[in-house]
Design a protein around this ligand. Structure first.
Ligand SMILES: [Fe+2]
Length: 228
């Protein structure tokens, strides 16, 4: 009898450990909290926009991504980057949802971190040198970046991206497409969906872009540039 109880206990223990390991690896995606207050980017980006953008729009991308992955829970074992870099291998019925909602999650997570209060100004260090080298000057870079952001018809993003040799380029992606398929590393990114600026700037995307330079976290950009 004692032996049976011991074996049963052992089986329960092994089962519990397996379930716990499964749960750890199969974690659903979550919106990361902002590292600053919702009103910290005022007057350039208003509190109400930040609340809606982070708590409602970003949350909706994450909820819809999880909803798609609920059909294939084994996919929770993959990182967001892994999912987005292997879209074509995913089950066809969730491919579009993972691309759009996973892309929304990836892009917004990057966006919150590349902004911070009391930042803006000029880039420093290696990213500044690379901007001078690849765009002639910071002023010219800002002009080209703004144009890319303005030229994005409808919704999308403007990116400053780095290749494996450290060369920088400006790219605009539509919708919630990410730079992952391009094999380039994001250094800064600007969300030009109307939900990012309409409450404060209405249809004046150019004014939003001009204001946004005041919250760009160039220290973070420098960190990203220096990572391999
Ligand atoms: Fe957005």
């Amino acid at each position: 009898m004692k032996k049976i109880i011991s074996i049963t206990l052992l089986i329960v223990m092994i089962f519990s450990i397996s379930v716990s390991a499964f749960e750890q690896n199969m974690k659903k995606f979550e919106v990361p909290p902002l590292k600053y207050d919702y009103k910290a980017l005022e007057p350039y980006i208003d509190e109400q926009t930040m609340r809606l953008h982070h708590d409602k729009h970003h949350q909706a991308y994450v909820d819809n991504l999880n909803k798609a992955l609920d059909k294939y829970p084994e996919l929770y074992g993959k990182s967001l980057e892994e999912l987005l870099s292997s879209i074509d291998t995913l089950p066809s019925d969730i491919r579009a949802s993972v691309k759009n909602n996973g892309g929304g999650h990836y892009n917004h997570t990057f966006f919150w971190d590349i902004m911070a209060p009391n930042k803006g100004g000029n880039p420093k260090g290696n990213v500044m040198k690379a901007i001078d080298r690849d765009f002639g000057s910071f002023i010219n870079f800002k002009k080209e970046f703004k144009q890319a952001a303005l030229d994005r018809f409808g919704s999308g993003w403007a990116w400053l991206l780095k290749d494996n040799n450290g060369k920088l380029s400006i790219v605009s992606t539509p919708n919630q497409d990410t730079p992952i398929p391009l094999g380039l590393k994001p250094i800064i990114a600007l969300d030009v969906w109307e939900h990012a600026y309409y409450l404060k700037y209405q249809n004046k995307r150019a004014d939003y872009i001009d204001a946004w330079w005041n919250v760009v976290n160039w220290d973070k950009a420098e960190q990203l540039y220096n990572q391999s």
